[in-house]
Unconditional design. Structure first.
Length: 136
């Protein structure tokens, strides 16, 4: 006997007011002058996450409770308030002329992409554990 499970993901458009308050506050703090153009909630299996798109092209993702998990900026740097202080200090020291265009946080790792394509990984103690230089 064979049993199959169909994993179905739902992407449901929502209004900004339906975002978790923590997520909405993060957007308003990090991007006070940018309007939200799209919000949706993605539901699949046990995963629930929120995606927000701004008029400037920025894409943000949040976990079920509204915790920030990802920011991809277009034509600008990720705001400092989304980057932990120790990571900011390390980037300013080791990569002084670079800016962060993307950041992703899964609860254990922080992964960042700089404007020259360099990718950095930091552990939960904010220690740099991997550097992947862009070799274009």
């Amino acid at each position: 006997m064979m049993v199959s499970f169909h994993l179905h993901a739902e992407n449901i458009p929502i209004s900004p007011s339906q975002l978790p308050s923590k997520a909405l506050k993060t957007v308003q703090t990090a991007f006070p002058n940018d309007s939200i153009t799209q919000c949706k909630v993605e539901k699949r299996a046990s995963l629930v996450q929120y995606e927000v798109r701004l008029a400037n092209g920025t894409k943000l993702q949040f976990s079920k409770d509204g915790s920030f998990t990802e920011c991809v900026c277009t034509g600008r740097s990720v705001p400092d308030c989304l980057i932990p202080q120790k990571i900011q200090e390390r980037i300013r020291s080791a990569f002084p002329d670079r800016s962060v265009l993307e950041i992703e946080h899964d609860g254990k790792l922080f992964e960042l992409k700089l404007d020259d394509g360099t990718e950095l990984s930091f552990n939960s103690a904010m220690r740099l554990i991997d550097i992947d230089y862009n070799n274009d």
